[in-house]
Design a protein around this ligand. Structure first.
Ligand SMILES: [Zn+2]
Length: 178
């Protein structure tokens, strides 16, 4: 597989920001990093990761450079919304798809919509969705939170608990804030 180069990322990141997310991060607080592997336990691709805490977007070196625009849009849409692949992320992705159509990039628009229909699942996304669920339903149990998110991905609770080892920790962390 062709690997991503630093130069390509340096060129694409400002382009994607300017065209698809012109109002985001005006202060330039977010950074982008190319990394060798993005660790995760569950299944799925690991092309990118958005870390709100450090305001960093990680992009894996190990993916098709042709998909870079999509990966950047997917991750920046996480940076501007919260709650994994929930409603707000879906709406922001749809907005990006419409923008792609406007500028004549209909293939990219289609790719964005395919991504929304079957989103890439990263560990970070799962924790984010659980975090948001617990935040808005603080009385629900850990089991209820896990079931809610696992169901959205057509998985069992046990699979999720095995794949995402920090679920309990994330749950307790949010509970502690209430
Ligand atoms: Zn995601």
């Amino acid at each position: 597989m062709v690997t991503m180069s630093e130069a390509r990322l340096r060129e694409k990141y400002p382009y994607i920001r300017r065209v698809f997310f012109p109002r985001w991060d005006r202060k330039g607080e977010w950074r982008i990093k190319l990394c060798d592997r993005i660790g995760m336990n569950g299944p799925g691709r690991t092309d990118g990761l958005c870390e709100h805490k450090s305001k960093t977007i990680f992009v894996s070196r190990e993916h098709d450079p042709k998909e870079l625009d999509l990966v950047l849009i997917h991750e920046i849409a996480h940076a501007v919304t919260r709650g994994g692949h929930g409603e707000r992320w879906v709406a922001r992705m749809e907005k990006a798809a419409r923008r792609a159509e406007q500028i004549g990039r209909s293939e990219l628009a289609e790719a964005i919509r395919r991504e929304v229909a079957a989103p890439t699942l990263t560990e970070d996304d799962v924790y984010d969705e659980v975090r948001e669920f617990v935040d808005s339903h603080p009385k629900e149990s850990l089991k209820a939170a896990v079931s809610f998110v696992a169901f959205r991905y057509g998985r069992t609770d046990d699979e999720f608990l095995a794949w995402y080892p920090r679920l309990r920790e994330v749950y307790e962390e949010v509970q502690g804030e209430h």
